[in-house]
Design a protein around this ligand. Structure first.
Ligand code: XMP
Length: 317
């Protein structure tokens, strides 16, 4: 029978044999899969695993610092790379969701390739691929799909010519979490809601500016923190906020104001393929809405998305 303890022991042993004294480079996202995969490889080869965590400017509030800190606590040999401006430059003026996704994927590959070149004699690319990613090879989403579409365009970036090591490619998500528990990975990382690779970039409808990112980070933080404080975070499969590309009217004394609208989204799901909107308590929604409107400058209206998937996807674009 499969148990996480046996899996961990056997995988570390076979990684040691497979990798020997070779160096591995690996991109981390703060998500469960890449964190668990990196920890396994780290147990096998220690500092010969070189992790790279890129700040694409589209992460949640404080996420880059917090996650980097957790990784360092875990003993991982990790380098944080602030590439915010490169992403913002590439996104300037783009409004089409697929164009935005492509730009984000392209800049990520450039930044990662630059960093990988700084490591001498690297032989392997570590990846957090899990079994459903392997069987869903026709998926149009996710960072690996971005890399695949890049494949067809022109020359491969050098890191993609490396041999690939994917210690989780036989596991399902719940098994990955069990393995993470056995490895004593921070619950803050293991229990995390899924978060898309393009991050807040696909939750800002229309064009992306650093100012909009700043607004959405504050809104998202109030919502996610509120869920945690109310003990609701673990009951929700995924939650976030969307910045809508419209202005709505408000009153301030005698004046009319036109400010931004945000939508909150929280769903329950098993695998993201179908999803139901969460029936969050009205009092909770009222508190979150008040806090957002009272503290986030530029937002005067909060709505709650009550659509299920299908047909409404979890993300808005
Ligand atoms: P949808 O919006 O299709 O989302 O219902 C299902 C799950 O996939 C995530 N998602 C993405 N993940 N790159 C990713 O890495 C993407 O472009 C992307 N779009 C959606 C979404 O957050 C949800 O968990």
């Amino acid at each position: 029978d499969w148990t996480p303890d046996i899996f961990v022991e056997a995988t570390i042993a076979s990684l040691k044999e497979q990798l020997g004294d070779d160096k591995v480079v690996m991109g981390l996202s703060g998500g469960v899969d890449s964190s668990v995969a990196a920890t396994l490889i780290h147990h096998a080869i220690g500092k010969n695993l070189h992790c790279i965590f890129v700040d694409n400017g589209l992460l949640r509030k404080h996420e880059f610092e917090d996650v980097l800190h957790s990784y360092k606590d875990m003993g991982l040999n990790v380098k944080g790379v602030d590439a915010k401006d490169k992403f913002y430059d590439a996104l300037k003026g783009l409004t089409d969701p697929e164009d935005k996704r492509k730009a984000i994927g392209r800049v990520f590959i450039e930044v990662f390739d630059d960093e990988a070149h700084k490591i001498q004699n690297v032989k392997w690319l570590g990846q957090g691929t899990i079994y459903p990613d392997v069987i869903e090879s026709v998926s149009v989403k996710g960072p690996s799909a971005t890399i695949k579409s890049h494949h067809n365009v022109g020359g491969l970036p050098d890191f993609m010519k490396l041999k690939v090591v994917e210690p989780l490619n036989t596991l399902f998500k719940d098994e990955v979490r069990l393995v993470g528990k056995t490895l004593e990975i921070d619950q803050n990382i293991l229990g995390r809601h899924p978060f898309p690779g393009p991050g807040l970039g696909i939750r800002i409808l229309g064009d992306i500016t650093p100012q909009k990112v700043h607004i959405l980070q504050q809104v998202d933080h109030i919502f996610i923190n509120g869920l945690k404080k109310a003990g609701l975070y673990d009951e929700v499969w995924q939650a976030g906020a969307i910045l809508l590309p419209i202005q709505s009217v408000g009153v301030m004394g005698d004046e009319r104001t036109y400010e931004q609208v945000v939508s909150l989204r929280a769903v329950t799901s098993v695998d993201g393929m179908t999803a139901d909107w969460c029936h969050l308590p009205y009092d909770f929604l009222a508190d979150v809405s008040n806090e957002i409107i009272n503290t986030v400058k530029g937002v005067n209206r909060v709505v709650y998305d009550i659509s299920s998937k299908p047909p409404a996807t979890i993300e808005w674009e």
